[in-house]
Design a protein around this ligand. Structure first.
Ligand SMILES: [Zn+2]
Ligand SMILES: [Zn+2]
Length: 382
């Protein structure tokens, strides 16, 4: 199977799924092996001050490139800035090796559009490890930029970064070698890569599983203070899903948001402007809307649950009325229908937060299942 879009590491050409998965295995495992090697060397005191500096510099640049550049600036249009600063942030984002800008942005936009529903590229509802890093092994996890961020296909800086993507992480490795030799490459290149990618991936996995929900949203997003600290503010993820354009993910004084701090500092220096903020009125309105929305969703879920119960009873009754000789002809189909209806019911019970259109989609599926089952029973009975 060949699919045109994959992460930056493997999307330059159409490639077979096996080749793609092998490359991704190296991409995921390589930095982790480097981390183990680095820890062993660390215990043998084989570490130099330059290694620490290189790690801190490239980890910080890559993280800010992703959090402030790819995420808050390019994906959510959270502020405006001068072209050189914008370009610098984008190239730093490339250096983080989390995928080319277009694929990163389109996949994240798709995540917001379908968060914790069928088309979410990395929902923990499909498995915690899938949400963390398993999703990168599937080429079709990566959304089509033509669909999710077509405006950026015209952006000269983004397209330049897209074309020269591998140059920037390569440059960071070259600098590491020049400054600290192979030990510099280990810490400033590979160990840094392990920290940067896993910290970002924790937002997808941990922040949709563990933490506090300050706002009602139609997904499982959570505010997690540990990831808030590690991911430079991105761990206040429930705040972010409630107000995606807000340039500040930390919304209370104790919600430490280093990326928000950088944005605030640059704004004070006059280097960025049109910074998107959320005032108390918006917060109050969201809380009010969230309460009504949650009540509506609960009502819709209840209605769908009742509809399934009624459908199952009707199908069972029709089955009971069939002549014994004809039961065998529909038994398998009957079991499959009941199994699927039960799965949908379990899903409804498990899911506290759902989007209205996801419930409507399930409603259509249930109606179809019940209708076809009844038709079959009627045909067999005739
Ligand atoms: Zn999310
Ligand atoms: Zn976002």
């Amino acid at each position: 199977m060949s699919i045109p879009f994959g992460p930056g590491i493997a999307q330059a050409v159409y490639m077979s799924d096996r080749v793609y998965k092998t490359i991704m295995l190296g991409y995921v495992i390589g930095p982790l092996i480097a981390l183990v090697v680095a820890v062993v060397l660390l215990f043998n005191s084989y570490i130099f001050p330059e290694d620490i500096y290189l790690f801190l510099v490239f980890h910080t640049l890559g993280m800010f490139g992703v959090t402030v550049g790819f995420h808050r600036l390019l994906t959510h249009d959270g502020f405006k800035t001068f072209a050189p600063i914008r370009a610098f942030l984008i190239l730093c984002g490339c250096m983080a090796l989390e995928g080319k800008p277009l694929e990163w942005i389109s996949t994240h936009t798709k995540h917001h559009a379908h968060s914790d529903h069928d088309d979410d590229p990395h929902s923990p509802l499909a498995g915690f490890w899938h949400a963390h890093m398993g999703w990168v092994f599937h080429q079709d996890s990566f959304a089509d930029p033509k669909v999710y961020c077509p405006h950026l296909l015209e952006d000269r800086v983004v397209m330049f970064a897209q074309r020269t993507y591998f140059v920037w992480p390569a440059l960071s490795f070259v600098i590491c070698y020049a400054v600290g030799g192979w030990s510099g490459v280990l810490w400033g290149g590979l160990v840094r890569m392990a920290f940067t990618t896993h910290t970002t991936w924790c937002v997808n996995s941990i922040c949709h599983t563990f933490g506090k929900r300050d706002f009602e949203t139609t997904d499982e997003s959570r505010n997690n203070w540990i990831i808030g600290l590690l991911a430079l503010g991105e761990g206040w993820h429930n705040n972010h899903h409630a107000f995606p354009r807000n340039a500040f993910h930390g919304m209370k004084w104790y919600q430490f948001d280093l990326s928000g701090g950088l944005i605030r500092t640059l704004e004070r220096m006059g280097l960025i402007w049109d910074v998107q903020r959320v005032g108390q009125t918006m917060i109050d309105a969201h809380k009010l809307k969230g309460k009504t929305m949650h009540e509506n969703i609960m009502r819709l879920k209840q209605e769908l649950g009742d509809y399934i119960d009624q459908g199952r009873q009707e199908i069972d009754l029709m089955m009971l009325k069939l002549p014994p000789a004809k039961v065998a002809t529909v038994r398998h189909y009957h079991e499959q229908t009941m199994k699927r209806l039960a799965e949908i019911q379990i899903h409804l019970v498990k899911r506290r937060n759902m989007k209205r259109r996801a419930i409507e989609k399930r409603y259509e599926e249930v109606a179809k299942l019940i209708e076809i089952a009844k038709q079959r029973m009627t045909m067999v009975a005739a």
